[in-house]
Ligand binder design. Structure first.
Ligand code: HEM
Ligand SMILES: [Cu+2]
Length: 560
């Protein structure tokens, strides 16, 4: 490819939102890279191998590494990916520019917030894990930086609502295009869901700077989980959006139903938020019937994921048959497994199935007692956020970085290998963690490899422990391959004019929204948002009222 002869292409001319999306995306991947590097150390920990002594004096202890891992991967990377994808896709779909000044404001807020929170993290002054439960108390800069980072997402909410209302004015009576519909409901869900974190941050900031002497741990935990459960849908929905609107096309097929896809997003808007007590089954101070109500509502949120499984599988079947696949399962083999993006999604969804089944155990009042605070829990969520969400992002990067920069993907074979290895490593690790948690009650968030007594206690699980070491090595190799591919792609000097012009691979649909009464019903977004608010008030109002009027503030502690 003699593309060096076209050095003067301005890829961002006429599409400044490309640069914004690229910066958000790359910042997210830098966070993921730093956060992920601690992952193998944690896997080795559960294999009885302690490498933390070798990290001194840079990193002080296991809990500092675990905090960096959780915060960078689960809070920073996921939000930045959402801010890149769920602003860029509607902009391209509607052919509108987001307000670019505000788009850059959101980028700088995120970056500055990230840096302000990173300083105490790196200085071991905020090793409070990504749940930052009081009475553990971090340096104030951690809370302030995290708050600024989260608030940058409010700018993204505005960017999308603004584009949507401009489009609506120009197209009265028309049904919102699908990717935009998904973005609008996603951001509204996040607005409602993030309020818990915002209120909690006000308390924590006041506490950390000494304005108040204490905070109530139960109230803080409740506010945390008010956001903490829906945040998993905040992570998941960009992956679903990409699976609906790009995967069928990339696989060579079509999306089977547009209206059904809208239904999924409206159900997430309604049912995501009022479910947080399923993380607090073991917390005292919340009456069991409230926990029961949240359990039932939790089961409702499984519905949109089941519809997604059906819709995506059916769309992939259309693709496989269009590619010549025959028979009951022949279409699976006919999918383009050699396309790194398609591969990443296929493997991610495969891992998602046992992940979802395990989630039903977590959400069951009584079964939960058996796995509470054991390594079953990280075993479970690495099948979802560590696998599907992360692999959707990695897979998307393989077309999106070339699309945004005009630079062709390098080392395609390595890209494919990275996804197979990531899948294999996660599968082995999560399998081991599930069994260690379920059968031997090995606790999560425990530096067991640094404690001979703990290692003695868990000796019977040594066969499973070995698997963690194997998985840690595989995942480390996968991560190195993946990050090599994306940085080598983004930093090379070659540009390909065809890539510069390439469009977002928006899929065609078989069952269209025009004339569908379901599509018309879901189009009343503000009505559904109102229903979501009412449900939240009913499910949380009385309990929060009681907690706010009976606070038991405690002073902070620093255990590390
Ligand atoms: C190389 C890949 C990875 C490996 C080997 C790995 C391994 C682990 C292990 C063993 C734990 C449990 C630690 C403990 O409870 O003491 C853990 C925790 C965690 N991981 Fe990963 N992980 C990886 C990637 C990811 C990714 C991509 C994400 C999210 C995008 C993620 C999110 C989390 C979160 C949120 C926790 C919980 C932290 C806490 O309990 O405070 N991990 N990881
Ligand atoms: Cu949950």
């Amino acid at each position: 490819m003699a593309v060096k002869s076209f050095p003067k292409i301005d890829v961002y001319a006429g599409a400044p939102e490309k640069k914004y999306a690229l910066f958000m995306l790359m910042l997210g991947f830098v966070a993921l890279m730093v956060g992920t590097l601690f992952g193998p150390l944690q896997a080795f920990n559960y294999g009885g191998l302690d490498l933390y002594p070798f990290l001194k004096p840079v990193f002080q202890n296991y809990y500092q590494g675990l905090t960096l891992h959780g915060v960078l991967n689960a809070i920073i990377f996921t939000q930045l990916f959402g801010q890149a994808i769920m602003v860029y896709l509607p902009a391209r779909e509607l052919g509108l520019k987001p307000n670019m000044t505000l788009a850059w404001v959101s980028f700088w807020m995120a970056l500055i917030g990230l840096l302000v929170a990173a300083l105490p993290l790196l200085g071991n002054a905020a090793s409070v894990l990504y749940t930052f439960y009081p009475p553990l108390k971090a340096h104030w800069a951690f809370y302030v930086g995290a708050a600024l980072f989260v608030l940058s997402s409010y700018v993204s909410i505005y960017l999308v609502l603004d584009m949507w209302s401009r489009w609506k004015k120009a197209n009265p009576g028309k049904i919102t295009p699908l990717a935009t519909y998904m973005s609008v409901t996603y951001w509204l869900m996040w607005f409602l869901a993030s309020l818990g974190l915002v209120v909690e941050a006000l308390f924590l900031i006041a506490w950390s700077v000494g304005l108040v002497a204490g905070v109530d741990p139960l109230l803080m935990r409740t506010l945390f989980w008010y956001t903490g459960h829906p945040i998993v849908y905040f992570w998941l929905l960009p992956a679903y959006t990409l699976a609906y609107i790009t995967l069928p096309k990339l696989a060579g097929g079509k999306l089977i139903s547009d209206p059904l896809s809208r239904l999924v997003f409206v159900l997430f808007l309604i049912f995501s938020v009022p479910v947080g007590f399923h993380h607090q089954f073991a917390d005292p101070g919340i009456a069991p019937y409230w926990k029961m109500i949240h359990t039932i509502l939790t089961m409702f949120v499984a519905v949109p994921s089941l519809i997604t499984a059906f819709t995506i599988a059916a769309s992939l079947e259309v693709a496989g048959r269009a590619n010549g696949g025959k028979g009951l399962f022949g279409w699976i083999g006919a999918l383009p497994w050699n396309n790194p993006t398609v591969l990443a999604f296929l493997l991610g969804f495969l891992a998602f199935i046992p992940g979802g089944a395990g989630g039903m155990v977590n959400a069951s009042f009584n079964l939960n007692q058996n796995i509470h605070n054991t390594v079953w829990i990280p075993g479970h969520f690495h099948l979802q956020v560590g696998t599907l969400v992360t692999m959707a992002a990695m897979g998307t990067a393989f077309w999106l970085i070339p699309h945004l920069t005009g630079k062709p993907l390098v080392a395609r074979g390595m890209a494919l290998a990275s996804q197979w290895l990531w899948f294999l490593g996660m599968f082995i690790m999560t399998f081991a963690l599930h069994w260690m948690g379920f059968l031997y009650a090995v606790p999560r968030r425990a530096h067991i490899s640094g404690s001979p007594i703990a290692m003695e206690a868990f000796k019977e699980s040594s066969a499973w422990m070995v698997l963690n070491i194997v998985a840690g090595v595989i995942l480390l190799i996968a991560a190195i391959l993946f990050f090599y591919v994306i940085y080598a792609t983004a930093l090379q000097s070659r540009r390909d004019p065809n890539q510069v012009m390439a469009e977002v691979p928006f899929t065609e649909v078989i069952s269209k929204p025009e004339g569908s009464s379901l599509a018309l019903l879901t189009e009343r977004v503000w009505f559904w948002f109102g229903i979501a608010v009412v449900l939240v008030v009913l499910a949380y109002g009385p309990v929060l009222f009681q907690m706010f009027t009976n606070m038991n503030p405690v002073p902070g502690q620093r255990l590390w």
